[in-house]
Design a protein around this ligand. Structure first.
Ligand code: TYC
Length: 101
């Protein structure tokens, strides 16, 4: 008779160590100057003038725009730093994060 306790179990799914990525999202508001948004995007996300202008304009026109994706920790850190940069300058500019589907 088979000994249940010693019967090997076979995993039928392959587990891979791939952390879920999180989006950093730029949120539009009516008060932050466009040039300041571009400056924050360049400083925190290392974008060039053209990229940062397009991301700013998309958020301005559609309400929000995905800036980039990172692991959760990095995404949250960058969103916080970018939002803090705006607070220090007295603007309501907001960066949020959300997990990718
Ligand atoms: N809507 C702002 C303005 O007209 C500019 C702006 C763009 C602010 C994108 C935030 O995420 C933003 N001055």
């Amino acid at each position: 008779m088979a000994d249940i306790a010693s019967t090997p179990r076979v995993e039928d799914t392959v587990r891979t160590a791939r952390p879920k990525l999180h989006k950093v999202i730029l949120v539009n508001d009516h008060y932050t100057p466009r040039e300041f948004v571009v400056r924050v995007l360049r400083a925190e996300f290392r974008m060039d003038e053209g990229q940062s202008f397009r991301v700013m304009l998309t958020a301005h026109q559609r309400g929000s725009c995905v800036v980039a994706v990172f692991t959760r920790e990095i995404a949250e850190e960058k969103a916080t730093r970018a939002t803090d940069m705006a607070r220090e300058a007295g603007y309501p500019l907001l960066f949020t994060t959300e997990p990718e589907e």
